[in-house]
Every structure is written in C-alpha cells, then in structure tokens.
Design a protein around this ligand. Structure first.
Ligand SMILES: Cc1ncc(COP(=O)(O)O)c(C=O)c1O
Length: 418
C-alpha cells in the first residue's frame, strides 16, 4: 500500500470500461519506464535465472492457481499438501531437526514479524516478560525494527565491527533480562556479508534467549555453496543456539514474489503464531499468517520450482552464479580506487571508492540504466548478483570503468532503491 502524497489529484474510476487491448496497451507503455531487470540491469528486487524453462514453470504454476485462495486449505487440499511439502523441503534444506515447525508467509518481512511475535509470546509465557526488547546488529533488515514497532517491543540496534558484521560483544552488552530475541543475518543486506552466526548462537544459548538466524537471502545460497564443496561459515540449525530461521523462496529460490518460510526448532512454538478466534458468528477463525485471504500462486510456484529444479538443479545454478560473481569481483577490484567492503562471499558484494565519490559513479550508472543499491557508513554500492547477470558482466564492467573515469559531482542524495 502506498500512502498518497498531499496534493495528489484523485484518479476516479472510469464511468465506462474500455477494451482490454487499450488497457494493456497503456499498461505496457507505462511498464517501459520500469527498471530493466530482463536485461540484467537491476541488482535486487528481482532474481532472474535467465532460463526460459524456469520462467515457464513459474508462469504455468502461477496461472494454475491465479484464482484460488490459500486461506482455506480444507477447500483447496492441493494447496494444503503443496504447502506442507514446501515447508518440509525448506526445513530440511536448513537442517531443521525432526521436531521443528514451519509456516509459509508472503515474504521475509512477514516471516520476521511472525518470528518476533512468537519470541515475544514465549518471553511472556515462559519468562514472565512484559516489556520485551529484541537485539540486532544495525545491519539487520528493517523488518526487525518494523516488527518491534508493530508488536510494541523495544528495538536495540548495535554497532558493527570494522568488517561490517555484527559485533558480538556489543550485542552481548545490549542483552538483558527482558531480551526475547537476538538476531544475526546470513547474509546481511547492506554489505552482503555474513554475521558470526556461530558466536551469536553461543551467546544466545548461554543467556537462554531465542536466536533468529535471518537467512532470507542465504537459505537458498549457502546450502548450495556447501554442496559445491566451498567453505561456508555455519548459519543454520546445526548450531544448537539457532532457534528460528527466515528463508525466502522469492529471493535466491528464484520463485515469483510472495514466498517465504519461517522455521522454528520446536513445532510447539508455532502455537504462539496461531490466531484462534471463535466469537465470530461465522464460527472458528484460525490461521497462522498475517493476511486472511492469501494468494495461492506463491505456494504453487514454490512447490513447482522446488520440484522442477531439485537440489541438483539449484546446485548447478549456483555453480554458474559463483563464476559470474567472481568475474564481477575481479572486474570491479581491477578498476582504479574501487574496493570491496568487508569479506563477502558468493553472489553478494558491496564496494566503495577510495579515490572518487562512489555516488557520483552511481549517478552515471543509473543514467545508463544500471540499478545498484546505495549504502552508507561508508558510502558504497551493493549488488545482489543473479544468474541472468552472467550474460551482462562485460557490458556492466565497461560502463563502470567509464563511470569511474568520467563522472561529475554527485546529484547527492544517496537514496537507495530498496
Ligand atoms: C536479510 C534480509 N532479511 C529480510 C528481508 C525482507 O524480505 P522481504 O523484502 O521479502 O520482506 C530482506 C529483503 O531484502 C533481506 O535482505
């Protein structure tokens, strides 16, 4: 939902309908001004594989469930069974133990909101906490602060280390008797680096506090890097302190938007996520997501693509994606003044310039249709590399070299795209 700006002239519904041809002509005309993700020029928001077979599976699955409603899996048992299997597949991908529980949500933000709700309720019921707080490094996604805002908890954001990861000592200092959740990210969005999840897991375990490993990005990246034999820092339920994980299928799972999973170490905790109400004249109203009526196509698309690609398919995509990412890394660091921030691995990175204004460089890139995310402290550009970008590395690097060599002053606001 967009909040209307003051002075916006209200656009009334047309008195008479018009032809679908004219409706679509106008729609597609407007669409020409959108970010050109199909030509690999956008480094977040959309995660294209560049594979027409994958796109066909997604479109067919979406179309097959475009009218259904995932609110009621009793009426649509096919959705119920597909959702159950998707939850199981994602849980096993992140090594959740046998007694784990999971819920499907519309995205990372909803998964995080539900996780914070469950933690607040566990804190209240199990520890008698009435004025709860959550503690996270300030690189954690704003969804945690948003959840604290919605659920009336105190949000405590801690400083980062010089390599842009969570400072474990700072988190430890911020934790107190009212802390109901500690957070770390694998990956963190701003710099594309991974927090010391193992140390945070130990901290949380020692203090007896739930710990959310936010793998909205990493859940469909790190397991496949591991399968390719790469050294990946521990990030999932194999660490005993990790109590919950958010895993977005609509990012590096490559599924169209509206698909995420929240996984809990213990299925009993899911009861705190459940809204169960029987006062309504219609009878019992019971569900475990924020929305009531809910799009069915994200469930169908997730089920279809996870089955279509399988672990092998995702691993092969990752193999190519790592090669592409290495080409970006080499090309960027070969340019004068450009430097990668922190120790990023895999398909995420952020870079700055030690000699030039990086936002002035970004302005030139924007003008040429390349959209990277601007980050601050220090100023930098962040990229989430997708498989489709493999076909556009040289073109990107040529424009970046040109932007480094020939740029004016920045237009200055440093406003990002997220
Ligand atoms: C690490 C991380 N967590 C959570 C989110 C929120 O996900 P969504 O935008 O799907 O709500 C994002 C989004 O980029 C993210 O990068």
């Amino acid at each position: 939902m967009q909040i209307e700006s003051p002075g916006h002239e209200r656009h009334a519904m047309p008195e008479h309908g018009r032809s679908s041809a004219s409706v679509f002509a106008e729609m597609f005309d407007r669409k020409t001004t959108d970010a050109d993700w199909q030509n690999g020029r956008t480094f977040n928001l959309v995660y294209p594989t560049g594979r027409s077979d994958v796109d066909s599976v997604l479109v067919e699955a979406n179309n097959a469930y475009v009218f259904e409603n995932a609110l009621n899996p009793v009426r649509f048992p096919s959705l119920g069974s597909m959702q159950r299997e998707v939850l199981d597949m994602v849980s096993s991908l992140v090594n959740a133990p046998a007694r784990s529980g999971a819920g499907f949500s519309a995205g990372g933000t909803e998964s995080i909101l539900l996780s914070v709700l469950v933690s607040r309720e566990r804190g209240r019921v199990e520890r008698g906490i009435e004025h709860a707080n959550i503690v996270f490094p300030r690189s954690a996604h704003p969804a945690f602060a948003k959840a604290a805002f919605y659920l009336r908890l105190e949000a405590r954001a801690t400083e980062l280390t010089t390599d842009f990861t969570a400072d474990v000592a700072a988190l430890a200092d911020a934790v107190d008797a009212n802390t109901v959740l500690v957070v770390g990210s694998a990956y963190g969005f701003p710099h594309g680096v991974i927090d010391p999840i193992e140390e945070l897991s130990t901290l949380a375990l020692e203090r007896g506090i739930p710990f959310h490993s936010d793998t909205c990005i990493g859940a469909f990246v790190l397991p496949f890097m591991e399968r390719l034999g790469l050294e990946v820092p521990p990030f999932d339920f194999r660490l005993p302190g990790v109590t919950q994980m958010s895993c977005d299928i609509h990012k590096y799972g490559y599924v169209t938007k509206g698909a995420s999973v929240i996984v809990y170490r213990d299925e009993d905790w899911l009861t705190h996520q459940l809204f169960d109400y029987d006062v309504w004249p219609v009878g019992r109203y019971r569900n475990a997501s924020v929305a009531g009526a809910r799009a069915a196509s994200p469930v169908a698309a997730s089920w279809a693509l996870l089955n279509y690609l399988g672990l092998d398919g995702y691993t092969e995509i990752m193999r190519g994606l790592l090669e592409t990412s290495a080409r970006f890394r080499e090309g960027i660091t070969a340019l004068p003044g450009l430097e990668i921030l922190g120790h990023s691995i895999g398909p995420l990175l952020a870079f700055t310039s030690t000699t030039d204004d990086i936002f002035a460089i970004a302005d030139v890139m924007d003008a040429r249709g390349w959209h990277q995310n601007r980050v601050h402290d220090p100023s930098g550009l962040q990229m989430m590399i997708a498989p489709l970008h493999g076909a556009h590395v040289e073109e990107f690097l040529a424009d970046l070299a040109d932007a480094v060599a020939h740029h004016g002053p920045t237009h200055g606001d440093g406003v990002g795209y997220t």
